[in-house]
Design a protein around this ligand. Structure first.
Ligand SMILES: Cc1cc2nc3c(=O)[nH]c(=O)nc-3n(C[C@H](O)[C@H](O)[C@H](O)COP(=O)(O)O)c2cc1C
Length: 164
């Protein structure tokens, strides 16, 4: 089972979440690297408007991937423009399952998850599960249980999948 965990993290919280998840589901990690980080105003504006922004070459061909996980911070109740760009570049994704986990200070997780879900469903992918973590819990090392629950939803989907 090839699980690909794709994440973007500006300040490290989402990276902590992605690494914790990778340890539990034996997933491969892929970090989205922006070509350039914009300033704070640009970040809020681009995320808020649902814009894209250039990223360095990343693993976007999902031919050999059995389950895609997107891990993203919440920005302006939405997702960073680098996540939007990554999703736009995803190919050979039709029919494949995906899950979404977002990391935030306190509000907007539901909306951010809905955005990622809709965009991946437009690519013909199949939604499996979602979760969110809070910045304070990441910093206090309190995300283990939540990540374990999320990992279990991915394991269950894998167990239910037809054999190749
Ligand atoms: C541009 C920007 C916009 C943000 N907007 C929100 C928001 O709408 N809701 C929220 O709860 N947190 C928001 N945050 C806080 C981040 O989601 C939170 O700090 C998260 O842990 C950052 O993840 P990272 O450390 O992986 O970059 C925002 C942070 C930035 C930089």
């Amino acid at each position: 089972m090839g699980i690909l965990i794709v994440y973007y993290s500006w300040q490290g919280h989402t990276e902590t979440v992605a690494r914790e998840l990778a340890g539990r589901i034996d997933g491969e990690l892929e970090k989205i690297e922006p070509v350039s980080e914009s300033g704070m105003f640009g970040k809020v504006m681009r995320a808020g408007l649902g814009m894209k922004a250039a990223i360095r070459p990343a693993r976007t061909d999902l031919t050999d991937v059995d389950h895609l996980v997107i891990a993203s911070p919440v920005w302006a109740q939405k997702v960073p423009p680098y996540i939007t760009e990554y999703i736009a570049e995803v190919s050979n994704a039709a029919g494949k399952p995906f899950s979404v986990i977002v990391e935030m200070k306190g509000s907007g997780a539901e909306n951010a998850i809905a955005i990622v879900r809709r965009k991946l469903e437009e690519k013909g992918m199949q939604y499996v599960s979602s979760a969110y973590t809070l910045e304070d819990d990441v910093e206090a090392g309190r995300i283990g249980e939540k990540i374990a629950e999320f990992a279990a939803t991915i394991h269950r989907a894998a167990a239910a999948a037809p054999m190749p």
